[in-house]
Design a protein around this ligand. Structure first.
Ligand code: CA
Length: 440
């Protein structure tokens, strides 16, 4: 993906809040979400973030695209105005790119469209979001070798990293129906728990954890039976979001063999509302490297472009806000900071691998990267790793300690890219609070 005029770091918008250096949503970002005014009965529709505002794409569509953004993006605007973005995702990268260019030009300082488009802005503080696409299928990968090793040590001390890990992008099929947008809280799950000396019992999970991940939305479909070559893989990615793969560790430990996680993972998955497009992330591509002593990827998982710029440097944080902190008016306390660049497998490798057997990806399918732990303890993406399986409690700034999550705990992820010479590209946040379990 090449840089173009939409990436120019000096671009300013007529929406003043987009021009502050701390904004997640400058004019170089332009991510998509589905929204409506909070608490209203309005129809859900697509929107584009600009500063602290949402550009209402349904309102833009009603104005008449030809008048505002040009007839060449009419189909895209119509698709972006819908209550689910699958039709937009099904389009081609050239069509997505044309819409981005039209939006970038119309939102720039001095653009003649300012007067017309001003009427299509809604403050982000006044809106609520929903899952932005019909997610037909959700797949969760396991792309951090650091996470896989740390967790493997706890589950299998003598054999932490399975032989297949460095050859196969490991994944499993997750559950699409329980995906919820940031801000939707959920009940602690019940499940079968087994202690070494007793028969299993049905109880509320007592080792509830989060997993810091990115979600990758599939774009343009491949046909059933057709594999997507790694060289073409990124043409099938619409964009990325933050993703929390909530995990019931005690349920997982008992149920996971031999078929992998099931009820320990499928009760809730939280996603951030905004989808940051791959084009917006273009300045933050970095080289994909593999230690020389490790197996090199098989040819179908390798390409020159993937080696040169297959990885992405997205900064990620995890913060926890307990009920006590909330009552005292204290902000969530950051406990982890890491980057997506540490992943062992790239996005293109995940797409190529997922389809190599002829499996068809559909627009709106969601691929989780897996917990994005970095190489050090401060970069661990789950409590399981931070507390070494619950043995080493984490102390929060107010003195409270956690091994796993308690009822009332909110977990907040943020993500952004920044570097000199490029605009900051933010993801917003992914937040949800653990509610007490349903009576078992
Ligand atoms: Ca996961």
């Amino acid at each position: 993906m090449v840089l173009n005029e939409t990436h120019d770091a000096s671009l300013q918008s007529w929406v003043a809040s987009a021009n502050t250096s701390s904004s997640d949503f400058p004019i170089q970002n332009l991510p998509f979400a589905v929204f409506r005014r909070t608490g209203s009965n309005e129809a859900w529709r697509g929107g584009v973030a600009i500063g602290d505002q949402v550009l209402d794409m349904a309102a833009v569509h009603q104005l008449g695209t030809a008048k505002v953004l040009g007839t060449e993006v009419q189909a895209q605007v119509e698709a972006a105005a819908q209550s689910q973005l699958n039709t937009l995702m099904a389009m081609t990268p050239a069509q997505w790119s044309a819409l981005r260019l039209a939006l970038s030009r119309a939102l720039r300082a001095g653009a003649k469209e300012e007067t017309t488009l001003k009427a299509c802005l809604v403050p982000q503080s006044e809106v609520e979001y929903t899952v932005p696409a019909q997610v037909g299928d959700y797949t969760d990968f396991y792309t951090s070798v650091h996470h896989a090793t740390n967790v493997g040590k706890l589950f299998r001390p003598t054999n932490p990293l399975m032989e297949n890990y460095k050859w196969v992008p490991i994944g499993y099929h997750g559950r699409a129906s329980s995906i919820r947008v940031s801000g939707v809280d959920f009940k602690r799950p019940n499940g079968q728990l087994k202690t070494p000396d007793a028969d299993p019992v049905l109880k509320p999970c007592s080792r509830l954890d989060y997993e810091l991940e990115l979600g990758i939305y599939a774009g343009t479909a491949n046909g059933w039976g057709d594999a997507i070559a790694i060289e073409d893989a990124e043409n099938h990615i619409f964009g990325l979001c933050l993703l929390n793969d909530w995990s019931a560790r005690d349920v997982q430990a008992w149920e996971y063999q031999p078929l992998g996680p099931f009820l320990s993972k499928n009760f809730a998955t939280s996603i951030s509302p905004w989808i940051v497009t791959l084009e917006a992330l273009a300045p933050y591509r970095t080289a994909f490297t593999r230690p020389a002593e490790d197996p090199q990827p098989l040819p179908y998982l390798s390409s020159a472009a993937n080696s040169e710029r297959g990885a992405l440097d997205v900064q990620l944080t995890v913060a926890i806000q307990t009920e006590k902190m909330r009552a005292a008016g204290e902000a969530a306390a950051q406990i982890t900071r890491t980057s997506y660049r540490h992943a062992y497998w790239t996005m293109a490798q995940l797409i190529a691998h997922h389809t190599v057997n002829g499996c068809d990806l559909q627009p709106g399918d969601l691929l989780g990267t897996g917990t994005l732990s970095g190489p050090t303890e401060a970069e661990a993406g789950a409590l399981l790793e931070i507390t070494e399986g619950g043995k080493k409690p984490l102390t929060l700034p107010n003195g409270e300690a956690r091994t796993f999550l308690l009822d009332g705990d909110a977990v907040v992820f943020t993500g952004w890219c920044e570097k000199p010479g490029a605009a900051r590209i933010g993801f917003g946040e992914c937040r949800a609070t653990v509610l007490p379990a349903r009576q078992a």
